[in-house]
Design a protein around this ligand. Structure first.
Ligand code: NAG
Ligand code: NAG
Ligand code: NAG
Length: 484
């Protein structure tokens, strides 16, 4: 159970903390740092970390005419890594049209690419498989295994695969003949080998909710992440403009995944456009892990503008982005919002109270919010250099870009927009010197840039302050934060 501890404050905006009570801690994993966007003009991105330590990247190119691969030792390294074309559009027949949404998987010692291929001048998209031999897929020898035969010869795309309890499944998007007014449902079937399904596929999700039917009636781009005894299947819905968004299905790992009733659909989308961060049409995601193996990373595409001229599929500027996937105390994923361009944000978790995070609280809001604090309200970008320049840092709200943590005289803290931080004194009040954590050197403390010995701290009542700490052990703990 979570409750909020918010001080009643009049006329100004003061910081509060999110307080989580109860036995289940939020998964602790150290902060990661990436710079978005990761790769321009690459949509439907898939990043996998292989056992050889390399990250492999593939995605849709705007010309829809080839399959590309990159690799790097870090996720950020994919941004500038050389790109290899391993397959090109053909002159006729299958593969002479669209080349969409490749994914790369390593199965039983060989590489496989699942890709949707079209036929020139036709709306005829079907899933196709390539098999690669060799340790490095950029230089592997590729063999065409052909189209995947499914229940029907209908519009189908976005194949992905995962294993549960020794059974490998294929998931994809397909138009069901009985639902010809809809573009695609999410299908599942066990695999007999990487290019052949076993038995009859079943539909586990259809575009039935209003947010799945804007522009087009679409469920597509399925991908699975498994955790806490659950299978979480994310997918994307609606047209590929700013209405594009992500939904989620959940099943128990021990359920019969071929029974549609084993899957429950989240009633609301889990990841949507965000005007404040200027991110539009996020979706077609995959998941990978951070370099230290301790964080889940969500990979997705979106656009940096809302409005598109003409068919969204002809707009080349869907770009690959990455951000940390957080986990709620109940064991379900917390996607948050698509974070702003630039360095990814962190959360500041209190050393003194593991259930508390520095949290933005909105101007003029009244009463106690119900439910959990929105993840984005507990995320901040550590802007470096800070507003005061030099070696200082500033904390910029993720839910409210351009709004910074600012020390007031008297030790209170509030959130100010950069417009009211124009004077040198105000900039200094919104800037800190980053120090080793006072209570734990592996953590972080933030000393006011204009008030030596005064540190940002979360008091036990949940109030965010900047105050003198001295040798007070309790205050040192309150002024120490783990970055997550
Ligand atoms: C982040 O990426 C942008 C765009 O590619 C680039 O201009 C900027 O310098 C990068 N920032 C950092 C901190 O690497
Ligand atoms: C959805 O279906 C309509 C009607 O068949 C078609 O015109 C459109 O291109 C399809 N869109 C997508 C994204 O598949
Ligand atoms: C895993 O598979 C085995 C063998 O098919 C089966 O006996 C067992 O019940 C399965 N476990 C779960 C958790 O589904």
């Amino acid at each position: 159970m979570q409750i909020f501890n918010r001080l009643a404050v009049a006329a100004s905006v003061y910081a509060t903390a999110w307080l989580a009570l109860g036995p289940a801690p939020v998964t602790a994993s150290p902060a990661v740092s990436y710079n978005n966007s990761l790769v321009e003009q690459r949509a439907d991105p898939h990043i996998m970390k292989h056992t050889d330590g390399w990250y492999y990247f593939t995605a849709t190119v705007p010309a829809y005419d080839r399959i590309i691969l990159r690799r790097a030792q870090t996720i950020q390294g994919l941004s500038q890594a050389a790109e290899t074309t391993i397959w090109r559009r053909k002159s006729s027949g299958v593969g002479s049209g669209q080349v969409w949404a490749p994914e790369i998987h390593f199965i039983d010692g060989k590489w496989y690419i699942y890709v949707a291929l079209g036929v020139a001048n036709q709306w005829h998209i079907r899933p196709f498989v390539l098999e690669g031999t060799g340790s490095n897929p950029l230089t592997a020898t590729w063999t065409e295994k052909g189209l995947i035969r499914t229940n029907w010869d209908t519009f189908s795309l976005d194949a992905s695969t995962f294993v549960v309890n020794g059974t490998r499944y294929l998931i994809w998007a397909q138009q069901e003949p009985s639902r010809s007014d809809e573009n695609s449902s999410i299908m599942i079937a066990p695999l007999q080998n990487p290019w052949t399904i076993r038995g009859t596929a079943v539909a586990i999700s259809r575009p039935e909710l209003s947010w799945e039917r804007v522009g087009y009636k679409v469920n597509e781009g399925p991908f699975v992440i498994q955790r806490n005894g659950k299978i979480f299947l994310t997918y994307s819905a609606s047209a590929t403009d700013h209405n594009y968004c992500m939904g989620m299905l959940t099943a128990s790992a021990d359920a019969n995944l071929m029974n549609p009733a084993s899957w429950s659909k989240s009633r609301n989308p889990v990841f949507v456009s965000n005007p404040a961060t200027n991110q539009w049409g996020p979706g077609h995601n995959s998941f990978t892990v951070s370099e230290d193996g301790q964080s889940d990373i969500m990979v997705y595409h979106d656009r940096g503008y809302r409005d598109i001229r003409g068919d969204p599929l002809n707009d080349p500027n869907r770009r690959t982005r990455v951000q940390k996937l957080y986990w709620k105390a109940d064991g379900t994923p917390d996607f948050g919002i698509p974070v702003p361009d630039g360095p990814t944000p962190v959360r500041l978790r209190s050393y003194a109270d593991a259930g508390r995070f520095v949290r933005f609280s909105a101007a003029g809001s009244s009463g106690v919010p119900s439910g959990e604090a929105a993840l984005a309200d507990t995320q901040f970008r550590i802007v470096s250099p800070g507003l005061a320049g030099g070696s200082t840092v500033s904390l910029e709200s993720t839910s409210n870009p351009g709004v910074f943590v600012r020390r007031m005289d008297g030790g209170q803290v509030r959130f100010d927009a950069s417009g009211s931080l124009s004077s040198a004194a105000a900039k200094a009040a919104a800037s800190f010197n980053r120090r080793a954590g006072l209570a734990d050197g592996d953590a972080v403390s933030l000393e006011a840039s204009d008030a030596a010995g005064q540190y940002l701290g979360l008091e036990s009542n949940g109030r965010l302050v900047v105050s003198a700490v001295g040798n007070d052990v309790a205050k040192q703990g309150q002024a120490t934060f783990y970055l997550e």
